[in-house]
Design a protein around this ligand. Structure first.
Ligand code: SF4
Length: 492
């Protein structure tokens, strides 16, 4: 139950014929809700006429039946779930963004974060461009529409814009005639597509959304690839493929993605189980039972239990109805909020020596409360295992890792005994950063990004850009923002 904020999700459908595409996108976005709960949006393309609706809130709150009915039918549609990493949580920043340009109309949805947005935006503003939001997605939209003026097609404009934007982007672009899926040459964020029995093509951030709408997975969009869906079928542009080394975010496997998703051929559930098994090898503990923090710590807890031979038990019941909009009336106490979200099963933990597995330890505040709850339920010992290595550096690719001074690993000089003391655990273990490759079967350090664990950045680090969290607080963030930062943004 990490207090990291998630990124975003994209979902799109290209159907050869007019149908209720808005409903399909609704179900796809619902399946991807874990990637962003701040706002969501759908744009339906009915023979070149765009109908759009977006708002702050969860998918099933924003898209009521009357709203979906109003969006109507079309031959394609794209949608987006958002958690803000660049730009604040204003309704204006919700996606997809629709722009009218010299040669027509375009809608765009983006997962990721580009590292040169600040410089590109400054250049564009100096040339007279006016921005309606504070997102890097609008910068990408500008770059594509600018290139469109001198390009023969929208896909050529996307390809030319890719020469200028740097960082993480899994994009869906919709023109009057085409839907285009594209992934940055590093492949930081996942993107895949499949097909339904009725012939409609589906593109999604994760395979769990293909399953949700009855589509068969075909393949992942390759890093640097542009895939075009149109009346002429499916076509691929690969001129950017292989121009950078592959850097899928390893934290997608450990935390962000749903465990029933498969990314680049690897099961997320299996990756987490392996992380748990590796932890058991790194940190054998004499204990009575292994429990996981719901939901994203459970798979690794099973892996730890299997490897160690210590029985697996259910330590908590999670209140599944707490969402983005949860308000604790008249109370500021973080401990009470943890208690509302998680209840300990006393019968499992009373008098026991516990191994407690979580997906990560970021600030350490939530795990501290959880340990307190376990001890007051009678736990004799609590040994905490984190299936992610120590966070030591910020992420510039779409994940809100906290500032260094708030990261518990940095506060404790990366000393596990100090972390254990600070959170009130008997011991603490982190997955070794040198073992990370084993969870996805890669060679050490190859094919994935682990920069926030101190292994170095694959791109230029952005300059002239304020820390995103500081920016958010300065731009009118409230106590509620701070508290949400801690606890309530994740709906699993
Ligand atoms: Fe993922 Fe960390 Fe790399 Fe960001 S820095 S893309 S969270 S591994």
């Amino acid at each position: 139950m990490s207090n990291l904020k998630e990124e975003c999700a994209v979902f799109g459908i290209y159907s050869g014929q007019k149908q209720n595409v808005a409903s399909t996108v609704y179900y796809g976005l619902f399946a991807l809700q874990h990637r962003g709960q701040e706002s969501c949006g759908i744009v339906v393309n009915d023979d070149g006429l765009f109908n759009a609706y977006k708002d702050n809130g969860l998918v099933n709150d924003v898209f009521t039946r009357p709203v979906l009915d109003k969006l109507g039918s079309g031959n394609m549609a794209i949608g987006h779930d958002r958690y803000s990493t660049t730009g604040n949580g204003d309704r204006n920043n919700a996606q997809p963004i629709v722009v009218n340009h010299h040669k027509g109309r375009m809608a765009i949805a983006h997962n990721g974060n580009i590292v040169n947005a600040f410089e590109l935006r400054q250049d564009l503003e100096l040339q007279g461009s006016i921005f309606h939001s504070t997102t890097d997605t609008e910068v990408i939209a500008y770059m594509i529409t600018k290139e469109r003026i001198s390009s023969k097609s929208i896909e050529e404009a996307v390809s030319r814009a890719m020469n200028k934007i740097d960082g993480a982007y899994s994009l869906l672009v919709m023109s009057p005639q085409k839907m285009i899926a594209c992934r940055d040459p590093y492949g930081f964020r996942p993107l895949c597509y499949g097909r339904r029995d009725d012939g409609a093509y589906i593109v999604a951030s994760e395979t769990c959304a293909l399953d949700a709408v009855g589509a068969q997975y075909i393949r992942d969009v390759d890093p640097g690839e542009i895939v075009i869906f149109s009346k002429n079928g499916v076509r691929s542009i690969r001129e950017h493929c292989g121009t950078k080394s592959h850097k899928i975010c390893i934290f997608e496997y450990l935390y962000f993605a749903r465990p029933d998703s498969v990314i680049e051929g690897r099961s997320v559930h299996e990756a987490r189980r392996k992380a748990g098994a590796l932890l058991a090898m790194q940190f054998p503990v004499d204990a009575d039972i292994v429990i996981g923090v719901p939901d994203s710590g459970l798979d690794a807890a099973i892996g730890y239990a299997e490897q160690s031979g210590i029985p697996y038990g259910m330590g908590f019941i999670k209140n599944k109805y707490i969402g983005r909009t949860f308000i604790a009336p008249g109370q500021k106490n973080r401990e009470d909020k943890v208690r509302i979200k998680l209840n300990v099963i006393r019968q499992t933990v009373n008098g026991k020596r516990l191994v407690l597995v979580d997906d990560s330890i970021v600030r350490g505040t939530t795990i501290t409360r959880i340990i307190q709850l376990l001890r007051s339920a009678g736990a004799k010992e609590v040994h905490v295992m984190s299936s992610a290595p120590m966070f030591t550096d910020p992420c510039y690719y779409g994940v809100d890792v906290d500032t260094k001074e708030n990261l518990i690993a940095c506060q404790c000089d990366c000393d596990m005994d100090k972390v254990a003391k600070k959170v009130g655990a008997d011991s603490v273990g982190y997955l070794d950063v040198n073992n990370l490759h084993m969870i996805i079967g890669n060679k050490p350090g190859e094919g994935f990004c682990s920069a926030c664990f101190g292994t170095g950045y694959p791109t230029k680090v952005p300059t002239g850009q304020k820390n995103r969290f500081e920016e958010k607080i300065n731009k009118g963030g409230s106590d509620t923002d701070e508290e949400n930062y801690e606890m309530f943004l994740r709906v699993e």
